[in-house]
Design a binder for this molecule. Structure first.
Ligand code: IMP
Ligand code: MG
Length: 174
């Protein structure tokens, strides 16, 4: 089966939107140090681009969870693959996610992180597919709402490929 990728959001538009998000987040956290949690691996590129544009002091940690196998549909099983290096107790935490689909990953993750007693806990996602939601998740900052299509690029993969595309594209098969 051949794979085709069609540009959905250009690199220029993604970066422009990340700049807007960074401005809002910097205002909201004025006077504080923001602790970013990058959800590997999909959020790597988004976390970097966002962090570079934030004007408040920032610290960064990473964790890895999986709810998908090698295909394009959720397995429904969330697994913690790599935990944080540092404690988040008493810190202002912003979770950075690449995309929210069913919401299962975030719903598990936010519950897990809230139990560690951060000072505050918010969620920022580059992409949101609201039509696909199974678990309710409160999103504080959203880059783009997109239709129910499988996308790759800017950190998002299909079977670990395409993460390095500088734009967000829709993946089709024929
Ligand atoms: P959820 O638990 O169903 O919300 O799935 C979230 C995770 O599934 C994301 O962090 C991605 O890793 C993956 N995912 C969901 N939709 C897509 C997509 O369109 N392209 C690539 N990965 C996706
Ligand atoms: Mg992910």
């Amino acid at each position: 089966m051949a794979e085709h990728i069609q540009v959905l959001i250009s690199e220029e538009d993604v970066c422009k939107r990340i700049g807007e998000l960074a401005r809002r987040i910097s205002e909201d956290y004025a006077g504080k140090t923001l602790h970013l949690i990058c959800i590997l691996k999909g959020s790597l590129f988004f976390t970097c681009e966002l962090a570079k544009r934030l004007t408040v002091p920032v610290t960064i940690d990473c964790m890895s969870v999986s709810s998908y196998g090698a295909g394009t549909s959720s397995s429904g099983v969330v697994r913690l693959q790599k935990d944080l290096d540092e404690t988040i107790e008493g810190r202002d935490v912003l979770v950075i996610e690449d995309i929210i689909d069913s919401g299962r990953t975030l719903s598990y993750l936010l519950g897990n992180l809230a139990a560690r007693r951060p000072e505050s806990l918010r969620l920022c996602t580059l992409l949101d597919k609201p039509d696909r939601r199974v678990c309710e998740v409160h999103v504080d900052y959203t880059g783009f709402e997109i239709p129910d299509q499988f996308v790759v690029g800017f950190g998002l993969d299909f079977d670990q490929r395409y993460r390095n595309l500088p734009f967000i594209g829709v993946l089709n098969f024929d």
